[in-house]
Design a protein around this ligand. Sequence first.
Ligand SMILES: Cc1cc2nc3c(=O)[nH]c(=O)nc-3n(C[C@H](O)[C@H](O)[C@H](O)COP(=O)(O)OP(=O)(O)OC[C@H]3O[C@@H](n4cnc5c(N)ncnc54)[C@H](O)[C@@H]3O)c2cc1C
Length: 320
Amino acid sequence: MNDIPKDAIKCLDKGFVRLVDSMGGDNAIVQAARVSYGKGTSKVSQDRGLIRYLMRHRHTTPFEMVEFKYHCKMPIFVARQWVRHRTANINEYSLRYSEARDEFYYPDPENIQFQSALNKQGRLGEVSDKLKKKVSEYFKEISDRSFEIYSELNSAGVARELARAVLPVNLYTEWYWKNDLHNLLHFIGLRSDNHAQYEIRVFSDAMAKSVKKVAPFAWEAYQDYVVSGLRFSRVERGILEKNLPKRVIEDLLEDLAYQITASLHHNKPRTDKDLFPLYTKQEGSDSKGDFFLKWSSGEIQPGNVRELREFKIKLKRLMK
Ligand SMILES: Cc1cc2nc3c(=O)[nH]c(=O)nc-3n(C[C@H](O)[C@H](O)[C@H](O)COP(=O)(O)OP(=O)(O)OC[C@H]3O[C@@H](n4cnc5c(N)ncnc54)[C@H](O)[C@@H]3O)c2cc1C
């Protein structure tokens, strides 16, 4: 029980995350989505596009068709945070039924820091070696002593469900944890973020590795649209609408006209004579001469046409 299983990712000093099983992957998302969108096409590039579309528009239920089951071992104080994610199915090691094991979390000296003055839920700053040593000794002392008392109560026949109450929250626990991809991504989004506590981040990062393998397109889309995406509140948008110079928006729109043209050309190559009309159709305003000068001067990154057009609409809305 004390050993870390071979196929697990070690987390902290004695914990781990092990993917026990998974059901489906990117295919399952596409398959479910096509029930609502009709048969459509099934090329890999189109699957990726569809997954990105679903993520962008927060059409989330297809992502719930993919399931992950993990076996995890973590300190109780990490489990306390983890269990707040209510959509999971959990089965935990029972200290009513089984005896506690002498397995406590001892932080690495490099993770012993001061309370952050800026972030009430964070740590910051270098602690002296002397204080680090003291912290480590206290962790050890309290863990050893509480386990001694626990064992004594256990030997005296006191009910395990009561005796366990003397154990501190750095004791390790274990569980099976099952969730769907939509909610797992939500979990990772919150718990791999640098606002989350280091000790849970380690586990979340470990789980992220399996998500990346099982559903790479969904993972990529989540990073692009949720983790790296920006949403503006009404106040923020108001400030942008008021203060963003018209010429900046016009420059961006012009740039988009090139990118949409490049994307359409990338998807279905056109002859030179068809390029400029295609560009003007995208509301590009450069002259033919300027167009060809810019077109041949450097790389224009193709993107997703629909996404670029949506961005164009958003930009236009900012022009009051
Ligand atoms: C950095 C950080 C700091 C935190 N600090 C604190 C703290 O100080 N104190 C504290 O108590 N908690 C704290 N939390 C926990 C936090 O408030 C959430 O409980 C936790 O992140 C789970 O989020 P969730 O409810 O979105 O996730 P889940 O429970 O997994 O739910 C996923 C989604 O399902 C929906 N959902 C699930 N259950 C319901 C329901 N019953 N009703 C309506 N919708 C539901 C919601 O849309 C939800 O977003 C913190 C979390 C983080 C990441």
